[in-house]
Write a protein that binds this ligand. Structure first.
Ligand SMILES: [Fe+2]
Ligand SMILES: [Fe+2]
Length: 165
């Protein structure tokens, strides 16, 4: 496929998130490809989650996060193009080689609080990834994603506050 993923690339959504979590210790160009695809599938996960609540504000906050995950995917694609000189197209979800459907997660206060913690850790994750690269534009793209992961965490905390205990 166009993405030229390494042989050890994760093959499921769950493995892909675990893989990306380890990049806090540093990342290669191949790792950025996996990260871009994980960000892209993040939109699908948020949109899927949004279908499982009738609360309009909660729905809107989840969709806003999802939309921004796709923006993150495109920023990493831009970073890859800077580093490799080659375009890295972000595929639609049906063609995403890392995506496998997750068991449906109910939209609950504790579920969203847990997700928020993961998002809030995203800034440190992106700082760790950015430390592996020298190109100032690449670093700026990664750090911007990291700052926005904090906003995702804050949106999820806001969403959880709308839900009953
Ligand atoms: Fe993201
Ligand atoms: Fe996020």
């Amino acid at each position: 496929m166009a993405w030229n993923l390494p042989a050890n690339a994760p093959k499921t959504t769950g493995d892909a998130f675990a893989y990306v979590g380890n990049l806090v210790n540093g990342a290669t160009v191949d790792d950025l490809k996996i990260l871009a695809l994980v960000e892209a599938l993040g939109m699908e996960l948020y949109e899927d989650l949004a279908t499982r609540t009738d609360h309009p504000e909660v729905k809107a906050l989840l969709i806003a996060n999802g939309r921004e995950e796709m923006v993150h995917a495109h920023r990493i694609s831009q970073a890859l193009e800077i580093l490799t000189g080659e375009p890295f197209p972000i595929p639609p979800i049906a063609d995403n080689p890392l995506y496998t459907a997750l068991p449906p997660m109910p939209v609950t206060k504790s579920g969203l609080t847990g997700l928020a913690a993961g998002e809030l850790a995203g800034e440190q994750l992106y700082d760790g990834i950015a430390a592996s690269f020298d190109h100032p534009d690449v670093i700026a793209l990664l750090k911007q994603n990291g700052r926005e992961e904090v906003e995702h965490g804050q949106r999820l905390q806001q969403a959880s506050a709308y839900l009953p205990d």
